[in-house]
Design a protein around this ligand. Structure first.
Ligand SMILES: Nc1nc2c(c(=O)[nH]1)N[C@H]1C(S)=C(S)[C@@H](COP(=O)(O)OP(=O)(O)OC[C@H]3O[C@@H](n4cnc5c(=O)[nH]c(N)nc54)[C@H](O)[C@@H]3O)O[C@H]1N2
Ligand SMILES: Nc1nc2c(c(=O)[nH]1)N[C@H]1C(S)=C(S)[C@@H](COP(=O)(O)OP(=O)(O)OC[C@H]3O[C@@H](n4cnc5c(=O)[nH]c(N)nc54)[C@H](O)[C@@H]3O)O[C@H]1N2
Ligand code: SF4
Ligand SMILES: [Mo]
Length: 766
């Protein structure tokens, strides 16, 4: 085991590895039982009932889990949530509390040795706390003093660009808009967010090719598709209600192709707990074909399929491509076609690990389908060549006109419940001038025009001493970011670190000279302000915007809302400089929505439309036949790139989620669907690779990564588990493995950390 006293991974809780057969179906009755078990361990039966019965209902609490959308109001079930959504909401509604006595008992140096799971299990934060320079303890501080402290530090900087404001995607539209406005009024676009590490590559690829960074698909499209690809995604764990939509599609005859190195349970069969057949029967088969590709080979796969489609068109001209669409609405076809025709299919087979017959099967399925959707998540975005890969997916869709028509489209499945909304509200270090112009017209100040820092850029700047104040609004930056040791050293150089949070995590224990913990209301709680009880709005992965209202009493009387904290900091920092009525933001969130309605396209009449049942859907230009790209057309592209070369004796490691965690927060040490129990420090690899390395199940190894620049990083003390992943690849859980991801190993153009493509060797330890 590691010995570093500052290393939470040295913790020995969860060292009871037990391995069973991976499951070949997801959800069903055990899932409901697990959800209730976890909920009741966190909170009371009454609170569990309130949260679960109002979750995802019209006028209820939006699930704080993933960004999968809710069905239309009339089509919702009484229980419109999944096992994991129930766990996420009750983790937030927990009855446990972190008090001033807790902080008196636990110095920061002690908290910094605790595991992520332990920190989370201490419960909800209850009052603002400060760690003063030179002190090893957090002590209580009043809200006014805390706000003054932040404002004082910010005003004392030489340049606004010496501050960075991070957000995670659980933040509401109202809080996100307030934060973005404040940062720009202060004078910086340094607005790194979790999206920089999540779907940044999707945004770049889609923007360039379709002219919009968002997905084009709605639930209605899924109801009408003939063929759905689920690529680089584990919906059984990470977007469980997607399985209900896929099940419905299957039952009316749609076909599904899953592309994944791992045979994830949810891709195989689904037992819908909301249907009698899901409780008693064998469930519904989800994927007709599961293509177990080698990690990082999706670009090769889609190029191979695109080549086969061009060849099919050669054999039967006029029957395969949507020539009318290509001629009228796209450009770049000839260069793309020439490039893809030159692709060697044997090479594609070798790179993907698929047979030529499997490639032909995919092409045949495609040729039979009039309407195709491609869904994807982190398996595509977290690679160095993620952007070219996703652009090739767009090429695939364009060939047969599979965008902008009912039942077709590009579907990047977002992670956090409001990560898409935060971007819409202006949380991005590179917002376009049109947005900044609108902000200027509404508020009368001149926002900075130079781009700000993204997540990786912020770490570099803290390391180099050019960012001195770090404010995190939700999330767990220290743990979510790559290269944990470098990130922690960078954060510790800051003059001030501020975390606006609901629960304790490692970002509170790795702090600057001065550190603040500012505890806030969660989405489940009633938010009372001067004008009455407030609701907040969120935007899901399919651009539906709707209201969410908390139902529980606040975890502590000393909590403020995120909007209150941010508008108070804004008033104290830039109150005299810009003419914004920050107090009215806090008193009535409708005021913020009124501003948004004039700044952000698609939000006219925001207050009224958000309040109607189900809210409203933002228009997507692609679905109106408009491609706002540089040329005004959808763009075919020529794409190059491949997974990193893996030297002999090494494996390509992906870092991924277990079934029982929310991002950086493990709930238990189990990963039920993969048959791994009692330990998260495991590395899954092919039995034959393990045999070649002389390793057997349960053996202990250190994972040593080799970065592009040759530098090495170590994650100590992992147990080996033979697992059906392709030869040459391996998988281990995030965030324990973030230490292995080099800061500079990022995707081209999007700058997203390549955390699904880490070259490692397994070093046996005694
Ligand atoms: N319960 C739960 N739900 C969540 C989250 C959570 O932590 N817990 N997190 C939320 C967030 S923020 C996000 S972004 C989403 C993430 O949702 P996912 O993207 O599903 O999350 P990961 O666990 O990273 O899984 C990535 C999947 O991609 C596959 N994969 C890896 N490399 C490749 C590759 O090269 N090619 C292909 N085709 N597949 C590959 C992996 O085997 C795995 O199945 O989930 C959201 N929902
Ligand atoms: N190696 C590796 N690294 C990754 C990934 C990976 O797959 N592999 N995935 C990346 C992805 S996709 C993402 S999205 C990021 C996730 O990065 P983050 O979004 O930064 O991390 P989370 O774990 O979701 O943050 C959890 C914390 O958020 C706070 N919180 C929860 N709810 C609220 C709320 O309502 N308000 C406030 N103010 N705080 C709240 C709690 O304090 C909790 O501890 O990690 C990225 N990092
Ligand atoms: S699928 Fe996602 S949004 Fe829906 S209940 Fe589950 S975690 Fe929540
Ligand atoms: Mo994410």
């Amino acid at each position: 085991m590691p010995t570093n006293a500052q290393d939470p991974d040295a913790s020995t809780d969860g060292d009871q590895l037990e391995v069973t057969e991976p499951k070949d179906w997801a959800a069903g009755v055990p899932a409901v039982a697990h959800a209730l078990g976890y909920s009741l361990s966190q909170t009371s039966p009454t609170k569990t009932a309130i949260t679960l019965l109002t979750m995802n209902q019209v006028d209820g609490i939006d699930c704080p889990g993933c960004a999968w959308p809710d069905p239309e109001p009339g089509k919702r079930h009484r229980n419109e949530y999944c096992e994991n959504g129930a766990k996420h909401i009750n983790d937030e509604a927990t009855s446990k509390r972190v008090t001033r006595e807790f902080f008196a008992e636990h110095p920061v140096s002690d908290l910094a040795t605790r595991s992520d799971k332990w920190l989370n299990q201490q419960g909800r934060l209850t009052e603002p706390m400060v760690k003063r320079p030179g002190s090893d303890h957090y002590e209580p501080i009043g809200w006014d003093d805390a706000v003054a402290l932040v404002a004082g530090e910010l005003r004392g900087l030489d340049s606004p660009d010496e501050a960075a404001f991070y957000t995670s995607g659980r933040v509401s539209n109202e809080a996100a808009f307030t934060l973005g406005l404040f940062a720009r009024a202060f004078g910086t676009n340094n607005l790194p967010d979790c999206s920089n590490m999540c779907h940044e590559s999707s945004g770049f690829a889609l923007h360039e090719t379709l002219g919009t960074g968002k997905g084009t698909v709605s639930l209605l499209d899924i109801e009408h598709a003939d063929l759905i690809f689920v690529v680089g995604q584990n919906p059984g764990t990470n977007h469980p209600r997607q399985l209900s939509a896929l099940e419905a599609a299957k039952r009316r005859g749609a076909r599904i192709i899953a592309v994944n190195p791992l045979p994830e349970a949810g891709l195989k069969r689904f037992k819908n707990p909301q249907k009698p057949r899901g409780v008693v029967g064998a469930g519904t088969e989800i994927a007709d074909h599961l293509l177990q590709v080698r990690p990082g080979s999706d670009l090769a796969l889609f190029q191979g399929v695109n080549k086969l489609l061009l060849e099919a068109e050669d054999h039967a001209p006029g029957t395969v491509l949507d020539q009318e669409f290509i001629d009228a609405a796209t450009d770049g076809f000839d260069a793309f076609a020439a490039h893809v025709r030159a692709v060697d299919l044997d090479d594609v087979a070798a790179q993907t690990g698929l047979t030529r017959a499997e490639l032909d099967t995919v092409a045949e399925e495609v040729l039979r389908a009039d309407r195709i959707i491609v869904c994807w998540a982190m398996g595509l975005t977290q690679h160095r060549h993620a952007v070219p890969t996703i652009r090739e997916v767009v090429n695939f869709l364009l060939l047969r006109g599979n965008v902008g028509r009912l039942g077709t489209g590009a579907c990047p499945v977002r992670g956090h419940s409001n990560v898409q909304g935060d971007r819409t509200m202006g949380i991005w270090e590179q917002m376009p001038d049109t947005f900044l112009d609108a902000l200027q017209a509404e508020f009368g100040f001149d926002p900075p025009r130079h781009h700000g820092l993204d997540a990786v850029g912020t770490i570099r700047a803290m390391r180099d001493g050019t960012v001195k104040v770090f404010v995190g609004v939700a999330g767990n930056f220290v743990r979510a970011a790559p290269d944990s040791e470098a990130t922690e050293a960078a954060v510790r150089r800051c003059r001030l670190t501020v975390q606006v949070s609901t629960k304790l995590n490692r970002s509170h224990t790795v702090c600057g000279e001065t550190a603040l913990v500012l505890p806030v209301l969660s989405r489940t709680e009633r938010d009372r302000q001067d004008s009455g009880e407030q609701g907040v709005t969120v935007e899901d992965s399919m651009s539906e915007v709707h209201l969410s209202r908390g139902r529980l009493e606040p975890a502590s009387p000393l909590l403020l809302s995120e909007v209150a904290v941010l508008s108070r900091i804004a008033r104290a920092t830039v109150g005299e400089r810009v003419d914004v009525d920050w107090a009215s933001f806090e008193a009535d969130y409708g005021t913020i929505r009124d501003h948004v309605s004039r700044v952000v396209p698609g939000f006219h009449d925001y207050n009224r439309r958000a309040a109607q049942p189900g809210g409203f859907r933002l228009p997507n230009p692609v679905n109106e036949g408009v491609f706002p790209t540089e040329t005004g057309n959808a763009r075919f592209t020529v794409n190059e790139g491949a997974a990193p070369r893996v030297p002999a004796g090494h494996l390509l490691l992906q870092t991924l989620r277990s079934h029982d965690q929310w991002n950086t927060v493990p709930y238990t040490d189990d990963d039920r669907y993969r048959g791994i129990h009692g330990d998260r420090r495991v590395v899954m690899a092919h039995a034959d690779d393990l045999a070649d390395l002389g390793l057997a199940q349960g053996d202990r190894v250190d994972l040593v990564s080799v970065a592009d620049d040759g530098s090495e990083r170590r994650a100590a003390g992992f147990r080996v588990v033979p697992y059906p992943t392709p030869r040459g690849s391996a998988a281990a859980y995030y965030p324990e493995t973030n230490v292995l991801v080099a800061l500079d190993d990022v995707a081209t153009t999007s700058g997203q950390p390549a955390s699904k493509a880490v070259v490692v060797r397994l070093e046996p330890v005694a």
